[in-house]
Ligand binder design. Structure first.
Ligand code: BG6
Length: 480
């Protein structure tokens, strides 16, 4: 709420995208007076806003803040909430539209949804809408995700459920679709005939940042790969949707996930590598080993790094491996998708010093710098033939003044206007767990013996290199 949602709401206000008829009610267990709640949020916004806070914009937002103390499992909380919402309909003309945002521990998701159902708060009457945003993690594996989907579906219709993934709010992530489907030149080469393989990397320099208790039960596969990275993969690999309508886009995304064959147990150790960081240096500062982070078990076998090789078994992608890797405490913060094209069929420069031609690469940079780069070959000026790699690139900075955002702005806005395109549908969540669960099962039955196996500040365990080298390829290093 402090770091992301409040600054995002402020940014929406600054862009004129919040209606006048708007109010926020915070609900939590803590006893706090309305006035103190507002004061606390005012100090939060000044600390966490992504832009300078204009008092003229913040004041009306602050004035619309209310607070309700209550236990999430207690029906009385919901009765009091219903009363406050009815009052807001009068005082702020909210027309009965309500968005419930569950920024709560995951074990509370079904408790709250059940209570919202029992209290009648999610009944949509007289043209008003009632929607629920659910944060991740959505389940721990296929079975728990299915159970959670089932419980929620017994109260809410699918179009009332917004399973949020902040990666899909990132500008360049949304741009993948535009880039692919608004440029006629890409589609003919976007397939196995021209693409050799695809790499997706989400590298972080941070450790677990005080979230040890959560992270030690999760690990990178659950925390980042099953959701954010599989979403990136599906945007890159999906077929053109029949329209840009939410269901048309989500239909195609889920098909990609379904086309990834879950690994058989004996394949898991050949196609995946896991790692955990030990002591090291990140940005020239000492970084303690994962096992020494607060609230992490000193014998933890949780993976903070993973690399996977996935096959998308459909006509477009058969034989094109997708290599994914992500880790905490790596050498550099970078999220990139790199499309490696095939090499030219013939080396025409035999009489020259050119021995080998690197393949073309298309790099979709997601963060920290947002942009797109195409690496092509050109002749180095001079009398002899020498090739150099040149970049055809575009950076979001070229748009000039772009406002810093949290990534939640477009997602919050979409949930208010009822656009579910960028949210996970129930079947997408299950399809993603279908891929991740067999890997998690093998990993938990064969505990790693070599953890920690990479120093903080490196590019991960050496075994990950073999994963690509055994296929005659190598990892793309961000910034190369
Ligand atoms: C979150 C994970 O979903 O994504 C974190 O829980 C991770 O562990 C974060 O650090 C990465 O997001 P971003 O936007 O910083 O790349």
């Amino acid at each position: 709420m402090r770091r992301k949602l409040l600054p995002a709401l402020y940014n929406l206000k600054a862009h004129g995208l919040l209606p006048e008829e708007f109010a926020i009610i915070g609900v939590a267990r803590q006893e706090i007076a309305q006035e103190d709640f507002r004061r606390q949020k005012s100090s939060d916004i000044h600390q966490f806003a992504t832009t300078r806070v204009e008092e003229s914009l913040w004041a009306p937002l602050a004035e619309s803040l209310g607070y309700l103390q209550g236990d999430f499992a207690d029906p009385a909380t919901y009765q009091r909430l219903a009363k406050m919402l009815r009052e807001l309909e009068q005082t702020r003309s909210t027309a009965g539209n309500v968005l419930f945002y569950l920024a709560v521990p995951p074990e509370m998701f079904s408790v709250i949804v059940r209570q919202l159902g029992a209290s009648g708060l999610v009944r949509q009457e007289g043209g008003a809408w009632r929607r629920v945003i659910i944060e991740k993690p959505f389940g721990r594996d296929l079975e728990t995700a299915r159970a959670l989907n089932g419980e929620i579906a017994s109260v809410l219709k699918e179009d009332q459920i917004y399973r949020i993934d902040h990666y899909l709010g990132k500008e360049t992530v949304q741009n993948i679709l535009v880039f692919r489907f608004a440029n006629g030149l890409l589609e003919p080469i976007w397939n196995r005939r021209y693409i050799d393989h695809v790499q997706i990397i989400v590298a972080e320099t941070i450790g677990v940042e005080g979230r040890g208790a959560y992270y030690d039960k999760a690990g990178v596969l659950r925390d980042v790969i099953q959701n954010h990275m599989f979403q990136l993969l599906s945007l890159v690999a999906m077929e053109p949707p029949i329209s840009f309508e939410a269901e048309a886009v989500r239909d195609e995304k889920v098909k990609v996930l379904r086309a990834i064959r879950p690994m058989r147990p004996e394949e898991v150790l050949q196609r995946t590598v896991r790692g955990q960081y030990g002591d090291g240096f990140v940005d020239a500062r000492k970084a303690p080993a994962y096992r020494r982070e607060p609230n992490v078990s000193p014998n933890s076998t949780t993976e903070t790094y993973a690399a996977l090789k996935l096959d998308v078994e459909n006509w477009r992608w058969a034989g094109v491996p997708f290599y994914l890797r992500s880790g905490k405490r790596l050498a550099r913060r970078d999220t990139e998708i790199v499309i490696h094209f095939r090499r030219p069929p013939l080396l025409l420069f035999e009489q020259t010093a050119v021995e080998r031609i690197e393949a073309n690469r298309l790099i979709l940079q997601i963060q920290p710098d947002e942009g797109i780069e195409l690496r092509v070959k050109a002749k180095k000026p001079g009398p002899s033939i020498q090739l150099v790699t040149v970049n055809l690139d575009f950076s979001y900075r070229d748009f000039g003044e772009t406002t810093a955002a949290t990534g939640y702005e477009s997602l919050l806005y979409d949930s208010m206007i009822g656009d579910t395109t960028l949210f996970h549908r129930y079947d997408m969540v299950e399809a993603a767990w279908r891929i991740a669960t067999p890997i998690l099962d093998v990993w938990s039955s064969i505990p790693p013996r070599d953890f920690p196996n990479y120093p903080a500040g490196s590019w991960g365990p050496a075994a990950a290199d073999q994963l690509v080298e055994q296929d005659g390829r190598r990892w793309w290093t961000p910034g190369e």
